[in-house]
Design a protein around this ligand. Structure first.
Ligand SMILES: Nc1nc2c(ncn2[C@@H]2O[C@H](COP(=O)(O)OP(=O)(O)OP(=O)(O)O)[C@@H](O)[C@H]2O)c(=O)[nH]1
Ligand SMILES: [Zn+2]
Length: 211
């Protein structure tokens, strides 16, 4: 689906039309990346590497396609009036991002909750907005805050909670080379300032009901 040649990898995003596999951009990135491969001593004319600069150019565009998406628009496209006023939690959402310091992946899970205030949102839109912000160059702290702010500003709920748990490959496969460290970040608004509400959220994201 993502790898055909004319690929519009955003087909699945439906309502958002963008063309990041822009041929001009692909050609430019590929040409720079070919120089980088030559610089590290590779032979870019060997069979296995012939198409690598172009593959890399497309992969990079995919990994940063969040720049072309509007998270608030995505949330607004599926907001429904509803009286439900208990906590809604979507947990264990896979996150794949690129650290802006090294352009090396960090990845893990997001756990997100909100307390509706007249409106609920289509559940799939929550992982979708995680991707909008994750598919950019990021630091984990900003990614966490951007998800929180987007939900708060768009849905105007009584509170939002976001917890991210990620492993940074720039800390495991290079640099300090710690294989098991996990970074946790969190951001809260509204009713999640209340200890009991926050504790309920933390208890529920730690519970293994379906595992
Ligand atoms: N706060 C924060 N730091 C990050 C994140 N991703 C990577 N970093 C850190 O960014 C820092 C960049 O530090 P520098 O000293 O400029 O870079 P460096 O010489 O490559 O550092 P080392 O990784 O310690 O070898 C490192 O400490 C990384 O661990 C992130 O999401 N949040
Ligand atoms: Zn890094």
């Amino acid at each position: 689906m993502i790898h055909s040649d004319n690929d519009d990898f955003f087909e699945d995003s439906g309502y958002i039309k963008i063309d990041r596999y822009n041929q001009e951009r692909t050609t430019k990135i590929a040409s720079h990346y070919k120089e980088i491969l030559n610089e590290i001593g590779e032979d870019t004319s060997r069979d296995g590497l012939l198409k690598t600069p172009e593959r890399y150019a497309k992969a990079l565009q995919f990994l940063t396609h969040g720049y072309d998406l509007n998270a608030e628009e995505i949330l607004r496209s599926a907001m429904f009036e509803e009286e439900y006023s208990q906590m809604v939690i979507v947990k264990d959402i896979e996150v794949y991002s690129l650290c802006e310091h090294h352009i090396i992946p960090f990845f893990g899970k997001a756990h997100i909750a909100y307390i509706p205030n007249g409106h609920i949102v289509g559940l799939s839109k929550i992982p979708r907005i995680v991707d909008v912000f994750a598919r950019r160059l990021q630091v984990q702290e900003r990614l966490t805050n951007e998800i929180r702010d987007c939900i708060q500003n768009t849905l105007n709920p009584a509170g939002v909670a976001v917890v991210l748990e990620c492993k940074h490959m720039c800390m495991s496969m290079r640099g300090i080379q710690k294989q098991n460290s996990v970074t946790t970040t969190s951001a809260f608004t509204g009713e999640f300032a209340n200890d009991r509400t926050r504790s309920e959220f933390l208890r529920l994201i730690a519970a293994d009901l379906y595992k």
